[in-house]
Design a protein around this ligand. Structure first.
Ligand SMILES: *Cc1c(COP(=O)(O)O)cnc(C)c1O
Length: 383
């Protein structure tokens, strides 16, 4: 592969996209569970699709290139990917985790991994002092989501990576909201990147998948062992769909961001809307950091309406923007995190984090932005 390609070109040309046998420009789907061996047990590189499949392999290699890492691994969902990473650790290990993480990650840590004897401190990772203060002799990893879902707080990946290096533990970054198109945590010093590829990477709300990329081969081997041992792999059809999604990642991310910038500014001027959370706004508390560590601000906006009644009214009247959980698809999606994605958080915790029943999370799609504004205007009217 040529080095030094721009990110727009790289999403199309990661190096292994052309089939070696017939020159097919799209990687064939190897819909197969097992592979022929000769009498000595020799194979042509694959033996059984849980440990390796050519289509999944092509996806894993392509994604490792996009995230600037050494090893990529594909899973059946984002949570399967996150679980496989945490299962590389042991009973007694302690993690420091962003206090506003994806609800499923919170549930995994507090309802499953706690039973395995792993402990966790949830801290505001946008506060470096809080991260340092949470370190214990048992700390083995810091897990950061930045920007956070749904409060859009930004954590300093480079500075947290330095804390991790000093303490001898690992930094894992959930890069779902930004994608490697806007943010490259491994280049900022993280050890492992995880993704719900269900979101922007697939991009069309039609595939559930997770991806991991590691900074080193050794870490890649550890996560691969966990993937093979626990078995949460991605199937060949879905691997192919994800690779198709990558090809338009650049144009989609640019348009998501253009629309989100316009809407974030505009929403702040609308009656009935109290606060807008978007790292691209100059008023965002970590706006400068967001600009420094990422190439863009992404397509996710949260905003708070003046009353819960208005929030209900607004959500029920939208016509173009779909009321649905998930995010990152080409079509605009909207939801109320307190009642959906973050319903697994205890109510008092939700309140303390600012996730109230007036807070709406908006995954801005790639539609015509004026038509999105019209839809929002008509849904806010006639209360
Ligand atoms: C959706 C999501 C996940 C979980 O991914 P699934 O593909 O739904 O399992 C993890 N982290 C973030 C930030 C997400 O948005």
């Amino acid at each position: 592969m040529k080095t030094g390609l721009s990110k727009e070109t790289l999403v199309l040309h990661t190096g292994n996209e052309i089939d070696q046998q017939f020159g097919a420009l799209s990687m064939p789907i190897y819909q197969v569970s097992t592979f022929l061996q000769d009498v000595h047990g020799n194979t042509k590189g694959y033996e059984y699709s849980r440990s390796g499949n050519p289509t999944r392999d092509a996806l894993e290699k392509a994604f490792a290139v996009l995230e600037h890492g050494k090893r990529g691994l594909a899973f059946g969902s984002g949570l399967a990917a996150i679980s496989a990473v945490f299962m590389c650790f042991s009973s007694g290990d302690h993690f420091i985790v962003s206090n506003v993480v994806y609800g499923g990650t919170f549930r995994l840590l507090t309802k499953i991994l706690n039973r395995m004897g792993m402990t966790v401190s949830f801290v505001d990772t946008s506060d470096l002092g809080a991260v340092e203060a949470a370190v214990t002799p048992q700390t083995k990893a810091v897990f950061v989501e930045t920007p956070t879902n749904p409060m859009m707080a930004v954590s300093d990946i480079r500075a947290i990576a330095a804390i991790c290096r000093k303490g001898g533990f690992r930094l894992v970054v959930d890069n779902t909201f930004m994608t490697p198109y806007w943010q490259n945590p491994l280049l900022l010093g993280a050890d492992i990147v995880v993704h719900s590829a269900t979101k922007y990477l697939g991009g069309h709300s039609d595939v559930l998948a997770g991806l991991v990329v590691t900074a080193t081969e050794e870490l890649g081997e550890e996560v691969h062992f966990s993937q093979k041992a626990m078995g949460g792999v991605l199937g060949p059809q879905d691997s192919w769909l994800l690779m198709r999604g990558f090809k338009t990642l650049a144009v989609r991310m640019e348009q998501h961001e253009r629309n989100a910038n316009v809407l974030a500014q505009w929403l702040g001027t609308q009656p009935g809307i109290e606060k807008v959370f978007y790292p691209g706004l100059a008023s965002h508390p970590q706006h400068r950091l967001a600009k420094e560590q990422a190439g863009g601000f992404g397509g996710m906006i949260s905003f708070e309406l003046v009353t819960p009644e208005l929030a209900e009214h607004f959500l029920s009247r939208l016509k173009l923007i779909s009321l649905a959980i998930s995010l990152g698809g080409v079509e605009s999606l909207i939801c109320l995190p307190a009642k959906t994605t973050h319903a697994s958080f205890p109510p008092e915790l939700l309140r303390s984090l600012g996730i109230n029943d007036r807070l709406v999370r908006f995954s801005v799609g790639i539609e015509n932005v004026a038509e999105l504004q019209e839809d929002i205007e008509q849904a806010m009217a006639n209360q």
